[in-house]
Structure formats: C-alpha cells, structure tokens
Design a protein around this ligand. Sequence first.
Ligand code: ARG
Length: 459
Amino acid sequence: MKMWDGRFNKPSDRLMEAFHNSLPFDKTLLDEDIAGSAAWSRALKSAGILSAGELAKIEKGLRRIAEAGGKNALAFLPADEDIHMAVERLLTDKIGTAGAKLHTGRSRNDQVATDVRLYVKKSLSAIIESIALLQKALLARAEKECDIIIPAYTHLQQAQPVLLAHYWLSFLFALERDKDRIAHARSTADQCPLGAGAVAGTGFAIDRGELAKDLGFSGPMPNSIDAVASRDYLLEALSAIASIGITLSRYAEDLIVWSSKEFGIIELDDAWSSGSSMMPQKKNPDSLELIRGKCGRFIGNYTRLAVTVKGVGLAYFKDLQEDKEPLFDSVTNIRITLAVFRRIIATLAVHRTAAAALLDPLLLATDLADYLVVKGVPFRQAHKAVGRIVAYCAENKCAISKVPVALLQSFHPLFGRDAVKVFSWERALAHREVLGGTGRKSVARQIAQAKRILRKGPR
Ligand code: ARG
C-alpha cells in the first residue's frame, strides 16, 4: 500500500517499484529528514494546525526513529519508496493520527530539497575541515624541509632549483582556493526551501523565516518554484569537489614520479604502499594512484548531474531523484581521499641525498643569462649566448659549471671571472627573494602566511 494510492486501481508493478525506490540510497538523509520533519511540525503548531499535544507526540516519535536509525534498527518495508515516506510511515505506525497530520501543507518536493541542502551544508563543513588537516600536514613538512633543494620541473624537464618547502607550500595554497570554493558552495546551499510545498507555496500560514532559522539556514528561499526545482547548488558543490580532486590528482602524479627509482626523492611509508603478487621487490605507490584514479569519479559525478538536470523543466520531475547518488559518492570519496593524502604526506620519507644527486648545474643556466643582463646585455642576447654554451657542453660532455672563464668569454665578452659564482645553489635561492619566490626569506614569509590562514580555523 502506498501513501499516494487513493486514485489508483492497481498496485505498482514490482519492477516499477524496484526502479522507483530510492530508499536504498536516500536513507543516508535520515537525520536530515527527521530534523526537517521536526521543524515542520513546530511550524504547523505555530500556524495552529497541530495542538501542543500532537506536536509533543510527533517530536517524541521522531526522536525514537532517530535513535533506532542510529542503531541501524529501523524496519523498512518494500512500500517505503523513499526515506521521506519511510519516516512518515514509521511515525504514523508509532503514534497514529498525529503522525498522519505531519505532511499537512508539505510536499516531498520541498522536503527533499531541504534535506539535501542540510546534508550538503554538513558535508561541505566536514570537507573544509579535512582540507585544513591536509594543509597542516603540508605546513609541517614545509617547516621541516626548508633546507632541501630540489629541481623544479616544467615539461618534466629540469627547470630551476627550488626549496622542497616551496613545493609543499604550492600545494597548501592551491588547497586554500579549493577550500574557498567549497565554502562558497556551502553558502549557496544555505537557504531553506521548506514551505514551498509542491511548487506554489504551502497553503497554510507558515512563518518561513522562523522555519529557516529553526533549521539553521540563513533564510528562506524567496521563490517556491525555484526552491523545489533548483539543483545548481549541487552542481556547484560537485564542481568544487571535482576541483579538489583535480588538485589532489596532480600532486599525486608528481609524488608517484618522485617515488620512482629514477627520481628517488621520496619514499612512501610501507603502510601507504602495496606490493606485487608476482615481483617480490615491488613497493608501489598505490595510495597515490588511487587518489589520481578517484578524480575520474569526481568529474564524472559533476558531469552526470549536469547532464541529468539540463533537460529538466520547472519545477520538479523525477529525474531529479538521480541527484543523490553522485552527491553521496563524491562526498564520501573526497573525504576519504583527503584523509589518505594527509597521512601519506605526514608519513613519507624524503631522501636528501637522492634529491641532491638530481641537481644538475644546468638548472642555473637562467642565472647565467641573468648575470649577463646585470652587465647590461639585453636578455634575448644573453639567452642566446648561454644557449650556445649549453649546446657546447652537450657536444663536449662537460658540466656548464666547469667551463673556464676564457671559454665563456668566447661566447660573450662580458663574462668576467666572477661568472663562476653563478654556480651556487644558495646564490640562486638568494636571487629569488621576490614575493612568492623560492628564496629562503620568501619561503619563510609564505610559511608565516600559511600559518595565519590556518589559524583562522575552519570557516
Ligand atoms: N525521492 C524523491 C526524490 O528524491 C522525493 C521527491 C518525490 N517527489 C515527487 N513529486 N514524487 O526526488
């Protein structure tokens, strides 16, 4: 028996029932549905629809359902087609007539919109906290590793020397933007649809401002059609999650490469690696590979919902029931992915000697060109002269740092005896104290800035 079966002459086909039933996944919204129903019953009482006694019964019944839900002890029936119907049915079974009054003036359309917005707000706050924890692990590494110099890469070719701390901080600041996007998505979700009814607004004198406040929303949604139809806030949340996924995936990619024998800069802790079933020597960075792999589902979940919503007119159509699985999947997986990355960062080992061994003096070719610029040579000419020196070194298999001054002068007369001083890692760092650069003082300033950001705490 269905709650809506009054105008029907036969029951749903069993296959239709299975096709239609969203309870297997939307039971995730149990707590939100109960909170929404309790607030709605208080609003009905204020509007004179429920008596104080009926309200008390409903609130108590809902509390019991929440307790049983917490223990995984709710007995759902096949006819409970979604969590909203299930809660109402369980309540009515428990308390009788008062329960049957709960749905007065409410529709599952404003109910589900409210539940999902509550869930999104709660989940995005948790994601913000998980990002902050990963940032703290990165900050700890940056503070510890401000004396290690590594090659920075572009095109996966050695480019210029940087402090390893500078690299960890790049990750931290990228995550800060991801956090901003999540915080923005949370504020978009922070409006209460309840009281919109099915589409036209509830037919009872509900104080929607009070109701929104009761549920912890910043205010009510101003238009009932938009309130039940909008899913753009979900797209914003899924896009913000996908953006975190992309950030994590890119850094995972680097660390996978760095943990190879060829680079050898880092080594994952055993607890975050896996072995091979066949090759006894293998220690694979599976955790990082999975982080990179998970990114596909974050982008997929955004795309899936965008494609679902784009053809849905106003206001509610059942297509919109398809919004929940991608949402739950992205929320669950981004939280675990962030937690895993944080532990990988906190436990990995940095191999200083391997990092030092990677440093090729050619990383200082730009500094050699800059040396000529300081002597008054236009940069393009300096670049060409140094390019020729690099080609000479490649042909003659010699290190650029070992080319005698007389030979340097044959490429450009303005090279002096002090040119050899260019071949110092410390000098290269010291020349990059520009804001945001990899100079030691600049990195210390970035660390201070990162600390200020993290002290602000979760927003
Ligand atoms: N389970 C439905 C969903 O998730 C709830 C809303 C049902 N509304 C309706 N008009 N059938 O979208």
